[in-house]
Structures are given as C-alpha cells and as structure tokens.
Design a protein around this ligand. Structure first.
Ligand code: ACO
Length: 354
C-alpha cells in the first residue's frame, strides 16, 4: 500500500503525459513548448477536446457560455460576501446544473465568470458582464480587472491558461475522474476538481509564493530566511513535485512569458535570487529528494505582473484547468467503469462471540 497512491496507474488517457524524469509535458501529442505562447486558449481546448466534445467555433460558443453563466450567477452575487475568491468560485460553479445543454463549454465559460466575480467580490467590487465577442483570455482579464488588458498582458494570460490546461492524473483531475466515473455529470466532476485544487499542496501554492517573497524582502536575506523555514520543518511553496524529479517544464515556459512582458521590476530580480537560494538550501536540507522549481513559482510572478490579486491565483488556475477536467470527465465516462479502490482495515475487530 502507498498512502499517496504513488506510481499506481488508475486510468489510460490520450489527453496528457507527464515525464517526470525528462521534464517533459505532452498535451494530446504536442510538447507543451509548441503550444504555450503559440496557440490561443480556444485552439488548445480544441486540441484537448477533439473526439470528446464538439470543437467547432469554440470562440463564439465560449463567449455565449460566459454570457449564459453570468446570467445564472448574477443573482448569487450577494452570497459571495465574506468568502475567499476560491470559496466564492466554488459556490458559483456549484450552481450550474448538470442537465444544462452544452455543459462542456458552460463549465469553461462559467469558470472564467465565476473566477472574476469571486475575485472582484472579495475586493468589494461589482461583477463585470462578459463580452462574448472577445477571446476567452482577453475577456477574462477585462472582466477581472474592469479594464481591457493590452496585447502583451492578454498574451501572458493566454500562455498561462494554455500551460496549465492539463497535467496527467494530478489530484484534482483524479478527483474529477472519480466523480465522472459515477455518472454524476461533467459539471459535478468540475466542481469536485475545483475543491481538490484549492489546497496549498496543489493549486493553492502561488499566493503563498508571493507571501514568501514579501517576507524575504531582500535577496541578501534569502538563504538565511529559507534555511530557517526548513529548520522549522516548513515547506517552500513553489518547489517540489510528486512526478517531476527535474525542473517542471511549465516553470520555464512561464518564466519565458514573464520575460516577454518586459516588466523587470524588483520583485522579479528578487524571485530569481530566491529561486537560486531555495534550490541550494533544499539540496542541503533534503539531499537526494530532487526538489526543483514547480509551476506555481512563476505562476505567482506572471499573474501578479498582469494585475491578478494573489488571492485570485487559484481561481484562475481553476478557470484554465476546467478544460482539462472536462476532457478527463468525458474520457472517464467513455471508459464506463466506476473507480472504486480498496482500503486495508486496521481498526478493532468485534469481540468473538463466546
Ligand atoms: N519544501 C521542503 N521540503 C519539501 C518540499 C518543499 N516544497 N517538497 C517536498 N519536500 C520534502 C518533504 O518534506 C520530504 O522530506 P523527508 O523525506 O525528509 O520527509 C521529501 O521532500 C518528499 O516529500 P513528499 O511529501 O513525499 O513529496 P510529495 O510527492 O508527497 O509532495 C508536493 C509533492 C505536495 C508538491 C510537495 O513537494 C510540496 O508540498 N510542495 C510545496 C507546495 C507546492 O508548491 N505545491 C504545488 C505543486 S504543483 C501543482 O500541484 C500544480
């Protein structure tokens, strides 16, 4: 038995492959580097969904889905008070019925609208209605910030959304597949995936990455600060991965996107110094564990640079990953068998009858 079910193959998929030794991510036959920064989010979704969900005219169908989701979510706006953005997003997504037609596009369109509404509500701002004529990434950025992004900012968000679209059988995707295997429906599978993503060991790490950079404050303190954190038994957010034993290729793709934004502010210089110091300190404290930078480290910097508040990082991750959860839910439904592992009983046995 393995508590983290490491190394257990629980599904066959055509959707993505994570090669943790080579540091390679393949999405439906394409290396990540040939997609991220090169194709639109809609094109990436079409590649992923091919054969599982209709992919014609996705730009306008996603625009229409955002409009439908907004109409459904708007009356729920007052219920977002006092919820964190990811909790608010969970509440809104749970309001989408599994019986809706076009539920795959509704899930992805809805996730973008739910993310912006929940992020804005947490900042005391009213929601912004979608503009179905825009691309998904451009509209998501416009809704969330209340003003349109420039071409570089939209390109950065688009690169991010494509980079995180799918990633093998990670915790949230596995969760989504378990729910889909019960025939509960794609939207229920997506809500379940979002709940799993919320945790700091999975999709909740990038906010704490910025907190860590703020606390370190100055590159000259990095090594001492990180050393002390590890001595207290803390984990360094943005480092380590169950599968990657070399650098996570998504970290490099996002670092390159960050450089294309040409925002060479102090935080990026600090981040690069902290990354180098963290790798040194981890190698010292955890020899042989092969702890490298993961996707969350540069996610934090990229999303911060385009004006996403740090508590909005996980909702945006969910907005992009929804496309992956949808495809996995569909694939699992086609596989047609309920996922039902076993546990080993280690509790007390009833006293034997005399
Ligand atoms: N900082 C310090 N030590 C770490 C870290 C870290 N970030 N990650 C792993 N370790 C250590 C563990 O303490 C453990 O040490 P030990 O052998 O002395 O007990 C060893 O490395 C192995 O760790 P596991 O917990 O077995 O690794 P696991 O595969 O279960 O965890 C995880 C993977 C959860 C990503 C882990 O590396 C972690 O907590 N990272 C920080 C949070 C983070 O960045 N999450 C985002 C991941 S990317 C994603 O999900 C999108």
């Amino acid at each position: 038995m393995s508590t983290g079910i490491d190394g257990v193959i629980a599904a066959e998929t055509v959707l993505s492959h994570v090669d943790g030794e080579a540091g390679r991510l393949i999405i439906r036959g394409h290396d990540l580097e040939t997609l991220a920064g090169r194709v639109s989010f809609e094109e990436a979704v079409a590649i992923l969904w091919s054969g599982f969900v209709p992919t014609d005219d996705l730009k306008s169908r996603l625009g229409e889905a955002r409009r439908r989701a907004y109409a459904r979510f708007a009356p729920l706006g007052s219920q977002l008070n006092n919820l964190t953005p990811i909790e608010g997003m969970r509440l809104l997504m749970a309001a989408l019925p599994d019986s809706e037609e076009e539920h795959a596009t509704l899930a992805v369109g809805g996730a973008a609208v739910a993310a912006e509404m929940a992020i804005r509500a947490s900042r005391g701002q009213t929601p912004v209605a979608p503009d179905p004529s825009l691309s998904h990434a451009a509209d998501l950025l416009r809704m969330m910030r209340g003003v349109e992004g420039d071409a570089d900012e939209v390109a950065a968000l688009e690169t991010y959304l494509v980079t995180i679209i799918d990633h093998g059988l990670n915790a949230s995707t596995f969760t989504a597949r378990v729910v889909a295997s019960t025939e509960a429906g794609v939207l229920s599978a997506v809500v379940a995936g979002l709940c799993a993503l919320k945790g700091p060991l999975h999709g909740g790490a990038p906010g704490p990455v910025l907190d860590m950079l703020d606390q370190i404050g100055d590159a000259t303190h990095a090594e001492t600060w990180l050393d002390a954190a590890l001595q207290k038994g803390e984990r360094l957010m943005g480092f380590g991965h169950r599968i990657y034993k070399v650098r996570d290729p998504r970290a490099d793709v996002l670092k390159a996107a960050m450089r294309r934004l040409k925002r060479r502010d102090n935080r990026i210089a600090l981040a690069e110094a902290v990354e180098a110091a963290a790798l040194n300190v981890l190698a010292r404290h955890k020899p042989g564990r092969k702890l490298e930078t993961n996707v969350e480290f540069y996610t934090a910097l990229l999303l911060d640079a385009i004006g996403v508040p740090r508590e909005g990082f996980t909702p945006l991750f969910g907005a992009g990953r929804t496309a992956g959860w949808v495809a996995h839910a569909r694939e699992q439904e086609k596989a047609g068998r309920i996922i039902r592992p076993q546990s080993r009983y280690v509790g007390p046995w009833p006293a034997e009858a005399a």
